[in-house]
Design a protein around this ligand. Structure first.
Ligand code: AKG
Length: 375
């Protein structure tokens, strides 16, 4: 079959064979009918599907398939309905592959201490769509980016969230103050060092983005570190595949009951995979780890060994990028992937950060819209 050859329909009419590029690919008749692009199937304005599967015949077959002007035209039976599919659209939506799902999606690149932090100036982000698109794309790729050139002021961190979406308010407020408090409701509000962690693992769903912006940082210490949790998980998998499977295969428990009226609990694995094996998220937070009760007795020792090794990998300076935020600087992390840490601080001077949460769906949506604008 060459590029212009006639598409072929299987003898029972349920499968279409089509040459796309160099390779022949198959589509099921039911898949094509369900995903038809015509105005009776999809609303032309908002793109939403107008039908349910119950509106389709029990058995859908194909009786005619031909190519014309870059489109595939096929006729569905028993409806007798002919629909057109752009070949480009079909190429973007093929599923006829035996390759296993990749461990990382295509827009994700793991990193270690050699990575230079992606960074952009706030005014440029607010005024230049290309800068904003590239900065958002680096958060999608690396799960982390810095912002410079902010005016150090209370609530200034919301300017960062305004670049792509909305704040996720929690029991810590719309924003939270990260500075030493007399009776802290969270160890983050002390001068203690904090091991690299993802925030709020005791929530389900977790806030998928976290922003931390610096207003003052004259104390000694208080540097920040970030660690790619996906890179750490991949390193564990290379060293100890069975340990990786244990952390991915059993739920961990996380809890927070540190302030009145709040009792947050979750039951999720530390390494979360999609059903077909792609790395989806990391939850790691020693402060909020609750007793693990879901690993069978005879696997608990191995589960702990894997947990200990993951913790050691996360603490390895070869995995971490570190920096000291200056007033007017901030960073954002993908809280489903990148862990953040802080060195302890003390002595003269002040350290004052403000933090807030937001969600990645809004960020990815804004990025996709900016990319579509360029396409
Ligand atoms: C948090 O608020 O989640 C922190 O880890 C605080 C980080 C810092 O103080 O730099």
């Amino acid at each position: 079959m060459n590029a212009q050859s006639t598409p072929r329909i299987s003898a029972d009419g349920t499968v279409l064979h089509l040459l796309l590029g160099e390779a022949e690919t198959r589509f099921h008749a039911i898949w094509l009918r369900d995903n038809a692009l015509d105005a009776d199937t999809r609303d032309p304005g908002n793109g939403q599907r107008l039908i349910t599967l119950g509106d389709l015949p029990d058995t859908v077959t194909l009786t005619d398939a031909r190519l014309a002007e870059g489109q595939l035209h096929i006729t569905f039976q028993p409806e007798g309905k002919t629909c057109a599919f752009p070949l480009r659209w079909l190429a973007d939506h093929t599923y006829d592959t035996s390759a296993p799902a990749p461990l990382l999606t295509k827009n994700v690149t793991p990193w270690d201490s050699a990575m230079a932090p992606p960074s952009a100036d706030l005014t440029a982000l607010q005024t230049n769509d290309d800068t904003r698109r590239d900065w958002l794309a680096s958060i999608r790729r690396y799960g982390f980016a810095k912002v410079t050139g902010m005016t150090p002021r209370e609530g200034g961190l919301f300017d960062i969230v305004d670049l792509f979406g909305y704040v996720r308010e929690t029991n810590y407020g719309r924003l939270f103050e990260v500075r030493t408090e007399v009776n802290p409701t969270n160890l983050a509000y002390t001068g203690l060092g904090l091991q690299a962690h993802t925030d709020n693992p005791y929530r389900d769903p977790v806030p998928t983005l976290q922003v931390l912006a610096c207003l003052e940082n004259s104390a000694t210490g208080g540097e920040n570190m970030v660690v790619d949790g996906f890179a750490a998980a991949l390193r564990l998998r290379d060293e100890n595949p069975a340990g990786f499977d244990l952390l991915a295969g059993y739920p961990m428990r996380f809890a927070y009951t540190g302030s009145a009226g709040v009792a947050l609990h979750s039951r999720r694995p530390m390494i979360e995979l999609s059903p077909d094996g792609t790395l989806q998220s990391i939850r790691f937070n020693a402060r909020s780890a609750a007793p693990c009760t879901d690993v069978p007795f005879d696997k608990m020792a191995d589960w702990y060994a894997a947990y200990r090794r993951l913790s050691d990998i996360i603490d390895d300076t070869a995995q971490e990028v570190h920096f000291k935020l200056a007033p007017g600087e901030a960073f954002i992390v993908d809280n489903t992937r990148v862990l953040h840490a802080r060195k302890g601080y003390s002595g003269a001077g002040n350290r004052w950060l403000q933090g807030c949460y937001a969600d990645k769906d809004g960020l990815l949506s804004t990025l996709a819209a900016l990319e579509a604008q360029d396409a």
